[in-house]
Write a protein that binds this ligand. Structure first.
Ligand code: FES
Ligand code: FES
Length: 184
C-alpha cells in the first residue's frame, strides 16, 4: 500500500470550500475539517491581528467577533465559519488608519508592551463597552477575565478601557496634564 502524503490527504475528501466575510471583505478558501478559524485567518488570509497564545481557549489572544458574538478563534473550526462574518481588531481603525477612541486610549495609557495580547484585549473591550454595562475598574477587570497579558500587569489596560468608556482613570506617570516630558 502506498503511503499518503500530506498533499494527498489535503486533496482527498477532507477539503471543504468555505466563504467567510472578514472585516467586511468576502474570502473564499478550501480548508480541511481540522483547521481552526485562527489558522484560516492568519495563514490563509494573512490576517495577523488574532494571535495564537495557547491554542486551548485560555489566553484570549485570538479573540474575534463571529457573527456578532465574541469568540476565541482557536475554539472555532474554519468550516463552522462558512457563510458567516468575522471581525478582527483590524476593523477598529478608520480606513485611513486613524485610531478609534479605544485604540487611542490604549496608546495614551501605555496599555501595551509586546502587543501580543492587544488585538484580543481590544476586541473584548470593544464588546464590553458596547454592552452598556457600567464602566468601572471592577467591571472592566471582570470583562477581561478571559484575556491574559503577560507584560503589563493589567493596570494600564484597565485604565485605558475605563477612560474610553468615560470613567475616571489616571494616566500613567509622565503623561499627566502639566507633566513636562524630558527629552534627551
Ligand atoms: S490562542 Fe485562542 S485562547 Fe489562546
Ligand atoms: S502586552 Fe505583552 S502580553 Fe500583553
Amino acid at each position: 500500500m502506498t503511503q499518503q502524503t500530506v498533499e494527498d490527504l489535503l486533496a482527498g475528501p477532507d477539503v471543504h470550500a468555505i466563504t467567510v466575510t472578514v472585516d467586511g471583505e468576502q474570502h473564499t478558501g478550501t480548508v480541511s475539517s481540522r483547521k481552526l478559524l485562527v489558522h484560516f485567518l492568519r495563514d490563509d488570509l494573512d490576517r495577523r491581528g488574532p494571535k495564537i497564545g495557547c491554542d486551548t481557549g485560555n489566553c484570549g489572544a485570538c479573540t474575534v467577533k463571529w457573527d456578532g458574538t465574541l469568540v476565541k478563534s482557536c475554539m472555532v473550526l474554519a468550516v463552522q465559519a462558512d457563510g458567516t462574518e468575522v471581525e478582527t481588531a483590524a476593523s477598529l481603525a478608520e480606513e485611513d488608519g486613524t485610531l478609534n477612541d479605544l485604540q487611542r486610549s490604549f496608546k495614551e495609557h501605555h496599555a501595551l508592551q509586546c502587543g501580543y495580547c492587544t488585538s484580543g484585549m481590544l476586541m473584548t473591550a470593544t464588546d464590553f463597552l458596547a454592552s452598556g454595562e457600567e464602566v468601572s475598574n471592577a467591571s472592566v477587570r471582570r470583562a477581561l477575565k478571559g484575556n491574559i497579558c503577560r507584560c503589563t500587569g493589567y493596570e494600564n489596560i484597565v485604565n485605558a478601557i475605563c477612560a474610553a468608556g468615560g470613567a475616571d482613570a489616571p494616566l500613567p506617570h509622565g503623561r499627566e496634564a502639566g507633566h513636562e516630558e524630558v527629552t534627551a
